[in-house]
Design a protein around this ligand. Sequence first.
Ligand code: RIB
Ligand code: CA
Length: 308
Amino acid sequence: MKKIIIDCDPGLDDAVALIAAFGAKDLCVLALTTVAGNVKGPQTAYNARVIREVSGQDESVPVSEGAPQPILRDAVTAEDFHGSTGLGGIDYPDPVLPLSGEHAVNTIIRLCRDAKDAPLTLIITGPMTNAALALTMAPDIQSGIAEIVLMGGADTEGGNITPFAEFNIYADPHAAAVVFGCGLPIRCLSLDVTHGIRTTKARLAAVRAVGNKQALAAGDLLDASCKLEFSAKSDRDAPLHDPSTVLAFTHPHLFKGRKANVSVVTEVGEQFGRTVPTFAESGNVLWYETADDDAVFAALCGLLEGHS
Ligand code: RIB
Ligand code: CA
């Protein structure tokens, strides 16, 4: 079993990523750690509890609430793309299982220290505040982390929250600079690759056709993403942002990219939050650029079938 932590800001696409991860037979989700991002911190934590139960999980997968605000900048959210609840206003039963009593940063530190004999993978699908705080508080945890797989950034695609910046980086650029610069191996799903993986009507129908409760929930979440994407930004189908982190982890052969070192613009100005990859074989970041989008959606359906 491959051990992972998912640090997230659910969020519609985060929610699909979680449901997909819980359907993967060879993944062991050690914890969900949450961070302020798409919506405020307490709401992302509540949403993670909701999706834990939609996915049929129990408290053996703790949900730990993390940083309620970015390290330095003012807080920003993305209700335009996720609705005021963060889950597109979809009506879910209130979660029964509680939050863990542990702060997300301490959960990450504890689990990474426990993993030194068999390092885990840290998947990040929101602003990187928790990860940056953990790496700063306890640099020793690097020996318990095999790699980080994250959704964030943009280069050739340009930004989605400003012309230069993608939301997860823009929401906490200082945290992103800490993570990209920590030296750990990183695989980055930026807009450069996720904008090429779109939730078309046919793909949405294929997700729904898997037919189990979790696949139907994922279909509703993807459908809500498409509706909000259309209304908020473009006339195109919603990109598959956060689920692409889980799929890159379970199906790496479907994604292609180049090694790079990645810097983040942290000076306030029009490029605040921009990621700048400098491509070099010696880079610690695999900056994905293309994906086999048909196969990615087929793989997503495969993971969802794992709930049956
Ligand atoms: O830019 C897309 C990213 O921002 C995704 O992680 C989405 O959930 C939002 O957090
Ligand atoms: Ca997210």
